[in-house]
Design a protein around this ligand. Structure first.
Ligand code: ADP
Ligand code: G6P
Length: 475
C-alpha cells in the first residue's frame, strides 16, 4: 500500500462489486445503495483513495484503479462477513437504528467481529493516509474507526458521516455496547448526520451516557471539541441532467411506456429491504383495484427490488413475503395481458433507472424509516419536464426538504396511503408542475456536490460558519 494520500474515504464497501461477467470472467459493477451513489462523484473530483471491501468473502486483492478512483481493498473472511457484515452491521445496528422495525439481534460473537474488522479498516487507513490528511469515514458499519484511527494517527483530521438515522436515546439504550459505539464516534472531529434531530439525539446520548460536557451541538471530549452537525445528503444532479438528455434514454422511455400498454405507471425503486415499506405500498395499490378505483390495464405498478443482504434471515423472510404478495395481487386483480404489478428483482444501470423515472407518472417512496432516500431526490432531479408526482413517506429523511411538493403519507396508514395515491394520480398538470418546481428548487440547489463541500469545509476549517440547522429542515 502506498502511503501519502491527502484525501481518503473509508467505507465498508468499495464503490464497485466483484461480479462474474457475461463472458465468465471476473468484472466490476457499481455497488448498490445511496452511500456509493453519493460519494463516488466526490471521490472522482478529489482524486482521493477509497478503502473498502469488494463484497466477496475471503478475497485478497492489491490496490487498483477503477472508474477514475484509487481503490484499496480490505479482505473479510467468510466468518467475518457472517458476523460483522450480515451480523452486527445488518442484523443488529441496521434494525436498531431504523426504529426497530425488525427485532435487532444482540450477539457477543458478532460484536467481537465488528471490533476486529473496524480495527482492520483503521489500520489500513493509518497506513495509506499522508501526513495531516483528511479521512472521511462512512456509515454504521465503521463507527469504531474514528477513535481507533485517532489513536494510531493523531495528526489526521477525521470526519464521520452516518447515512442512516441515528436513534433516540430510548432505543439506543438497548445496545449492550452503547458506550463503545459513542466513544468510537467521538474519535472524529466532525460527526455528520442526515437531519438535525439525529445530531441532537447523539449529543443527548453523549451527555446522558458519558456525562460529556456540551455546548449546543459541540461535545467536549478528551480535550477536544467534537462537532455534531446535520448535512442532508443529495444526488448528482449534473449526472442525471446528462442522462435525461441522452437519445437512448428517451427512446427507452417510449419503449417502457408502450410495453406497458400506455397504462398510468406507478414506480417503486428500492433495495429489497424491510425498512422500505414495499408491502404497505403494494397492499394499498392492490386494494384500489378491489375497491374499483383502478382497473387492470389502466394503471400498473413497476416495483424494482434490488437484491440486498440475501443471507440475512429478515431479508429472506421479506423476499418470500413480497413475492407471495405480488403473486396474490396479480392473481386476484390481473387479467390476461394485464398484470397489475411488474416485480423485478434485479439491479439496473443508471440509464435504465433514469428511463424508468421519466416513464413514471407517480413515484411511490414509502419507507417505514429511512435516513434520507436518494431515490425520491433522483426522481425529482430527473423531472425537468415538471411532470409526475411523488408520494413520499413522512418517515424518510427527504420529507423534511420535499415537504411542500410531495404527497406526504404515513405508510402505516393503508387507507391514507390509498387516498394519497389516488390524489397523486388525479393531480392536474398545473398542480404537478407547481409541486415539482418547489421540490426541484431544493434538490438542484442542494445537490451532492454541495453536501460534500459543506461537510468537508466544516471538517477542514472548523471556524467556517455552518448553521447548526437549515431552516428548511426545521419541523
Ligand atoms: P439505500 O441507501 O437504503 O439503498 P437510497 O434510496 O438512499 O436507499 O439509495 C439507493 C440508491 O441505489 C439510489 O442511488 C438508487 O438509484 C440506487 N438503486 C436502487 N435500486 C437500484 C437498482 N435496481 N439498480 C441500480 N441502482 C439502484
Ligand atoms: C445503505 C447504507 C450503505 C450500504 C447500502 C447498501 O445505503 O447506508 O452503507 O452500503 O445501503 O447496502 P450493502 O449492505 O449492500 O452495502
Amino acid at each position: 500500500m502506498s502511503r501519502g494520500s491527502e484525501f481518503l474515504v473509508v467505507a465498508n464497501r468499495l464503490p464497485v462489486d466483484r461480479i462474474v461477467g457475461a463472458d465468465g470472467e471476473p468484472a466490476w459493477r457499481r455497488s448498490p445503495g445511496g452511500l456509493v451513489s453519493a460519494i463516488a462523484p466526490v471521490m472522482r473530483r478529489r482524486h482521493g483513495t477509497w478503502i473498502g471491501w469488494t463484497g466477496a468473502p475471503g478475497e485478497e486483492l492489491e490496490p487498483f484503479e477503477e472508474d477514475g478512483m484509487a481503490l484499496v481493498p480490505i479482505a473479510q473472511s467468510a466468518e467475518e462477513v457472517e458476523l460483522y457484515y450480515e451480523g452486527f452491521s445488518n442484523a443488529t445496528l441496521w434494525p436498531l437504528y431504523h426504529d426497530v422495525v425488525a427485532p435487532p439481534v444482540y450477539d457477543r460473537a458478532m460484536w467481537d467481529a465488528y471490533v476486529r474488522v473496524n480495527e482492520r479498516f483503521a489500520e489500513a487507513a493509518a497506513k495509506v493516509a499522508g501526513k495531516d490528511a483528511i479521512v472521511w469515514v462512512q456509515d454504521y458499519q465503521l463507527q469504531l474507526v474514528p477513535a481507533m484511527l485517532r489513536k494510531l494517527r493523531p495528526d489526521l483530521r477525521i470526519g464521520f458521516f452516518l447515512h442512516i438515522p441515528f436513534p433516540p436515546l430510548e432505543l439506543f439504550w438497548q445496545l449492550p455496547w452503547r458506550r463503545q459505539i459513542l466513544e468510537g464516534l467521538l474519535g472524529a472531529d466532525l460527526v455528520g448526520f442526515q437531519l438535525p434531530g439525529a445530531a441532537a439525539n447523539f449529543v443527548r446520548l453523549c451527555r446522558r451516557l458519558l456525562e460529556a460536557r456540551y455546548v449546543r451541538h459541540d461535545v467536549y471530549w478528551d480535550d477536544r471539541i467534537v462537532r455534531a452537525r446535520a448535512f442532508p445528503i443529495s444526488v448528482d444532479v449534473s449526472e442525471l441532467n446528462d442522462l435525461i438528455e441522452r437519445e437512448d434514454v428517451l427512446e427507452r422511455v417510449q419503449e417502457i411506456r408502450s410495453d406497458l400498454g400506455d397504462a398510468t405507471i406507478l414506480l417503486g425503486v428500492d433495495r429489497l429491504d424491510y425498512t422500505k415499506g414495499i408491502a404497505q405500498r403494494l397492499q394499498a395499490f392492490g386494494e384500489l383495484f378491489g375497491d374499483g378505483d383502478l382497473k387492470p390495464g389502466q394503471a400498473v405498478f413497476v416495483q424494482i427490488a434490488t437484491p440486498s443482504r440475501e443471507r440475512v434471515e429478515q431479508y429472506q423472510l421479506l423476499r418470500e413475503d413480497i413475492e407471495q404478495q405480488v403473486g396474490r395481487i396479480n392473481g386476484e386483480y390481473g387479467e390476461i395481458g394485464f398484470p397489475v404489478i411488474h416485480y423485478l428483482h434485479s439491479s439496473y444501470d443508471r440509464a435504465e433507472l433514469t428511463a424508468l423515472y421519466l416513464a413514471a407518472d407517480v413515484m411511490v417512496v414509502t419507507p417505514l424509516r429511512d435516513g434520507m432516500n436518494l431515490v425520491a431526490k433522483e426522481y425529482v432531479a430527473c423531472r425537468r419536464d415538471m411532470r409526475g408526482a411523488l408520494v413520499l413517506s413522512e418517515f424518510a429523511g427527504a420529507a423534511a426538504e420535499l415537504r411542500r411538493g410531495a404527497f406526504q403519507v404515513n405508510p402505516y396508514d393503508i387507507d391514507g396511503l390509498k387516498g394519497t395515491i389516488l390524489a397523486a394520480l388525479d393531480a392536474e398538470p398545473a398542480e404537478q408542475a407547481r409541486r415539482m418546481r418547489s421540490m426541484r428548487r431544493r434538490v438542484i440547489e442542494h445537490d451532492v456536490d454541495r453536501w460534500a463541500r459543506e461537510f468537508l469545509s466544516e471538517l477542514e476549517n472548523p471556524a467556517h460558519p455552518v448553521p447548526v440547522t437549515d431552516p428548511a429542515l426545521e419541523g
